[in-house]
Design a binder for this molecule. Structure first.
Ligand code: 5RP
Length: 231
């Protein structure tokens, strides 16, 4: 799993607080990343204690972890709505209700699941807060459309960079078999407009701007405290 900023205690506090919101009978969207992993582990403990829920995974990682900790799964292909989704973020702008996601290259399935949720809970540590957003935006791209999308990103004022794999030569290949461009737009003053522009580029499978999707933000602190905010 990639290592991101923020203490493990802060991530755990946020993830576990969000997992406490899940109730019997819920279908739960299981986000990807180190913060969401704490929520999945806590859910596993609650299932062992008798909580009756099912999960839908957003990635190979969250599926494997859910299996390991005993959260029963339903396939994403069978899911049209979700009761509550719990997912992390790489950066959060609360004023604009906008997130940058995709640090784990899972944002395409994450957006399918998170946008289908009645309640989408974002879990993060304080280092993720920024207003305006200024984090490169991951863009998942059909491999054969790479040059086309790079050109479109540049035309939109961004600097695209193909994400390289670690411990494998060549690029990251997503769970969907695609490539990822990390696109630096500097500060993002209008995330909704940029989101719409990127969504309109042929060859873009999905991008990591999540605008207006989140319902609640759980921010963990290093001493285990959690601040909750409605978005
Ligand atoms: C994966 C994601 C993650 O939720 C995001 O990268 C945050 O990860 P972490 O909790 O490990 O900092 O969007 O695609």
């Amino acid at each position: 799993m990639k290592n991101t900023e923020g203490t493990e205690a802060a991530k755990r506090a946020a993830g576990e607080a969000a997992a406490a919101e899940v109730t019997d009978g819920d279908l739960v969207g299981l986000g990807t990343g180190s913060t969401a992993a704490h929520a999945i582990r806590r859910l596993g403990e609650r299932v062992a204690d008798g909580l009756a829920v099912e999960g839908v995974a957003t990635s190979y990682q969250s599926r494997a972890l859910a299996r390991e900790v005993g959260v029963p799964l339903v396939p994403l292909a069978d899911v049209g709505r979700v009761d509550v989704a719990i997912d992390g973020a790489d950066q959060v702008a609360t004023g604009a209700n906008a997130l940058v996601k995709g640090g784990g290259a899972a944002h395409a399935r994450e957006k399918v699941v998170d946008s289908a949720a009645d309640r989408f809970l974002v879990v993060a540590d304080g280092a993720k807060l920024a207003d305006p957003l200024a984090h490169p935006v991951p863009v998942e791209v059909l491999p054969d459309a790479l040059a086309r999308v790079e050109r479109a990103v540049e035309a939109a004022g961004g600097a695209p960079s193909l994400r390289d794999a670690e411990r494998k030569d060549g690029p990251v290949v997503t769970d969907n078999g695609n490539l990822v461009l990390d696109c630096d737009f500097g500060t993002i003053d209008d995330p909704a407009a940029l989101s719409a522009e990127l969504s309109g580029v042929p060859g873009v499978v999905e991008h990591g701007l999540f605008v207006g999707l989140a319902d609640e933000l759980f921010v963990g602190g290093a001493d285990g405290d959690v601040t909750r905010d409605r978005l």
